[in-house]
Design a protein around this ligand. Structure first.
Ligand code: FSO
Ligand code: SF4
Length: 548
């Protein structure tokens, strides 16, 4: 195996024996085979689309397959093999559709090689070996580290978009142009030879389309559940039986709330599900009582202490401890071997029964609440007041401190930074990195809470809309706003978002706690020269620099 797609990669360069995340070498190799067959599907789908032929199963498969290879989603080899087999059948189907369209239109069909001709072995061990030969380390040997690193920057950004596209699809929102871009980009990545400039161009194009993916999910979430509104969320338990819902999938939460109504079970959000409390059609359920725990990397301790059932809807799952293995469940694309998986019929009876069999919380803990729900509709609704406060100097500067959390000790940087941001500054946040500071008492500035929680990582779309509206109103460019972005990254959705911000031409961003292993020094040099992208340093020095 060789995997370097996330921030916690071994020795900062790549996991080679087993993933630090818990991914086995077998799953890693199989995932590389899955990416190869997905490229093969895309090569035909892209060409068929150019002839006016498309297939929804293939469209959906591509986003599902890529999402399934994101960090902390699927650890179950059987499910990866299932996807590879489905991919091979779809690739054959798309080849036939493409060749038929060519014949009908009097064109000669291209004879495709590479991923389009990949034949997954029947034997699992052979299949694993095939995947091993396709991993990024062998790619680096073939084409050089810089080219492979840029190839992977695009691929990993696409994986991030795939997650958003898949979530939107679950809520019935699709964009065939978005699918078309994903196929085009995967077809591009199937080539043998690239120049650095071609790859950099495609990386920015991936960022552009990732904005569309986030927009699509924003449309899906807000049309299904209403626009988030400022909401106080309880972060301490209440007495009674309990289910904890983690991941990112709003529909799974809704279905669980429907199925638990009147059963005497309280439902809590975990991690990236926290923003769900702000959606009108989700907050209407009285048994959605609060948020429990911190970010994903604390789950093994926190789930062990949670006296109820746990439902994982997407990433980030970690190896369950034996103490709670019998009361944790997965659904959707997330899977762990041996953990009961709730199928697409979404019958959560086993989760409910497990919750009823546990003790639940014996008593109420003292009430503590935090505010969420400052997505674009809310913030743009008060944009005039924010602008006036900026012009009058009551708000000196705006910080966006957002992104993913992770296990590295260096992530205290984000807590230190937020703690030392002066009182006359506003702080926007999103994604699970917020757990480093979202329970601090940060007070108010110019009548607004100083910390505004915009939502999940995909709500970076909301943050972009907010920044664009402020820039428009002030008649300046995004880079001229009194705004500084300090990002934390962990997995591939953050890669997609970073590419989106670069596509928008945003300069002077800080990225930490470490830089991606697949961004090689030569590429970093380009990003530093063009965008002044910089690594996070010390909180005090960075803050002084941003305020200067
Ligand atoms: Fe966090 Fe995990 Fe949301 Fe990621 S829970 S790390 S960027 O999956 O998606 O922020
Ligand atoms: Fe290693 Fe991250 Fe890949 Fe897991 S996802 S194997 S931790 S680089």
């Amino acid at each position: 195996m060789f995997c370097y797609q996330c921030e916690q990669t071994a020795k900062g360069s790549g996991c080679t024996v087993q993933g630090v995340c818990g991914k086995s070498n077998v799953v890693s190799d199989l995932q590389d085979a899955l990416v190869e067959i997905t490229k093969g599907v895309a090569m035909y789908t892209h060409r068929a689309r150019e002839l006016g032929v498309r297939d929804n199963d293939a469209d959906v498969f591509v986003s599902e397959a890529l999402f399934g290879t994101i960090t902390n989603v699927n650890f179950d080899e059987q499910r990866v093999v299932g996807l590879i087999r489905r991919g091979a059948a779809l690739r054959d189907k798309m080849r036939e559709m493409y060749e038929k369209a060519c014949a009908q239109q009097g064109k000669s069909a291209e004879d495709l090689s590479g991923p389009a001709a990949f034949q997954p072995a029947d034997d699992w061990e052979d299949l694993r070996r095939q995947g091993e030969e396709l991993n990024p380390a062998s790619g680096s040997t073939r084409r050089g580290e810089v080219i492979q690193g840029l190839h992977d920057l695009i691929l990993l950004g696409l994986k991030g978009s795939a997650a958003y596209v898949h979530h939107a699809h679950i809520l019935g929102k699709e964009d065939t142009e978005m699918y078309g871009f994903m196929h085009w980009a995967l077809d591009f990545l199937s080539r043998d030879q690239f120049t650095v400039d071609e790859l950099l161009g495609m990386a920015l194009e991936t960022g552009k389309w990732n904005i569309r993916a986030m927009e699509l999910l924003d449309e899906a979430n807000t049309s299904a559940y209403g626009h988030p509104e400022p909401t106080a969320v309880r972060v301490t338990p209440v007495k009674g039986k309990a289910i904890l819902v983690s991941g990112h999938d709003l529909r799974d939460l809704e279905l669980l709330l429907q199925q638990t109504a009147g059963k005497g079970i309280n439902v809590y959000t975990h991690g990236e599900m926290l923003p769900c409390h702000a959606y009108p059609k989700l907050k209407q359920y009285p048994h959605l009582v609060g948020n429990y725990g911190g970010a994903w990397q604390d789950q093994r301790k926190e789930f062990a202490a949670f006296p109820g059932a746990i439902l994982m809807t997407t990433n980030c799952i970690q190896k369950p401890q034996e103490s709670y293995q019998h009361r944790i469940f997965t659904t959707g694309l997330v899977a762990w071997p041996g953990v009961v998986h709730i199928d697409n019929d979404k019958d959560f009876t086993p989760v409910i029964e497990a919750a009823l069999a546990e003790t639940g919380f014996a008593e109420d803990e003292p009430e503590k609440k935090i505010m969420v729900g400052f997505a674009r509709q809310t913030v743009l609704g008060v944009a005039d007041q924010v602008l006036a406060a900026v012009k009058e100097g009551k708000i000196r500067h705006i910080f966006l401190v957002g992104g993913c959390d992770g296990a590295r000790p260096g992530r205290n940087y984000y807590t230190e930074l937020v703690e030392s941001i002066p009182d006359d500054c506003l702080i926007l946040t999103l994604a699970c990195g917020k757990y480093r500071f979202n329970k601090l008492e940060l007070g108010e500035v110019a009548g607004f809470p100083r910390l505004l929680d915009v939502g999940q990582c995909n709500d970076a779309y909301s943050a972009i809309k907010i920044a664009a509206a402020l820039a428009d109103a002030l008649g300046v460019g995004l880079n001229d706003l009194p705004l500084s972005l300090v990002l934390s990254w962990y997995e591939q959705k953050a890669v997609g978002i970073l590419l989106s911000l670069l596509y928008l031409g945003i300069k002077d961003m800080r990225l930490g706690p470490t830089l991606p292993a697949f961004v090689k020094p030569e590429v970093l040099e380009v990003l530093q020269r063009e965008f002044n992208l910089m690594p996070t340093g010390s909180a005090a020095e960075d803050l002084a620099d941003m305020l200067a």
